[in-house]
Write a protein that binds this ligand. Structure first.
Ligand code: C5P
Length: 226
């Protein structure tokens, strides 16, 4: 059985990871959350005072990124948790603050180069489902299947709001919507690998689809590719 790489890109909070995880499990591939890596870099900056007045101290980050260890380790639920310098940061990186800081650090060229290199290493033997913003365009331009996921901002905010509430985080819907819009804007307009749909990708607008319907859609897209 020849393995392929599957790239799933799209806007913030549109369910990319749910689709990617479900698909990876179904076909026995490894799921990799590339956004978690940018979130871990962001958390490092937040914890070490490298973001002042919303601005990243690039020289300081540049010297520490060389020693920063970001990795995924299996957890007891059959998934993987994100570790930064040997500490499990899976929960901390999911906050709105970390998300917003991630969209800032991810505009920096050397940050992207470092993450892209790590991601390419993780996918070099194929059999990977990776989600993010630049997977089909930059990380795996040769991915055999590229899916571009999107949905209306209000619907994405609503879903993310419920998810954060379920995790016990104290959030406000308007803040979540503002965060989604702010990240769309920054991700789409940055100079370094902006979010864009790869020409050879298939688009999934899941505004009106249930998770089950999205899963079915992805499985059939996958059958055509493998
Ligand atoms: O996917 P997630 O929302 O966890 O990503 C957090 C942030 O990391 C995004 O808003 C985006 O700015 C950045 N990101 C990126 N490239 C990726 C994955 C995430 O720039 N491949």
């Amino acid at each position: 059985n020849i393995k392929i790489n599957i790239a799933i890109d799209g806007h913030s909070s549109c369910g990319k990871s749910t689709i990617a995880k479900g698909l990876a499990k179904k076909i026995g591939y490894t799921y990799i959350d590339s956004g978690a890596m940018y979130r871990a870099v962001a958390l490092y900056c937040l914890q070490n005072g490298l973001i002042k007045d919303g601005v990243v101290d690039e020289p300081a980050l540049k010297s520490s990124i060389k020693t920063l260890i970001i990795e995924f380790r299996p957890n007891s639920m059959g998934g993987a948790d994100t570790y930064m310098n040997n500490v499990n940061v899976e929960n901390e990186i999911r906050s709105l603050e970390a998300a917003s800081a991630a969209s800032k650090v991810s505009t920096i060229k050397f940050v992207r180069q470092t993450m892209v290199y790590l991601q390419q290493q993780m996918g070099k033997n194929k059999g990977v489902v990776m989600d993010g913003r630049d997977i089909g365009t930059v990380v795996f331009p040769d991915a055999e299947l590229k899916i571009f996921v999107t949905a209306k901002p209000e619907i994405r905010a609503e879903r993310r709001y419920k998810e954060l509430l379920n995790k016990g985080l104290d959030v406000d819907y308007d803040d979540v919507l503002a965060n989604v819009i702010e990240r769309d804007e920054r991700d789409s307009n940055r100079t370094e690998s902006p979010l864009r749909q790869a020409e050879d990708s298939v688009v999934l607008d899941n505004s009106d689809l249930t998770p089950d319907q999205q899963f079915e859609w992805a499985v059939s897209a996958c059958k055509t590719a493998i």
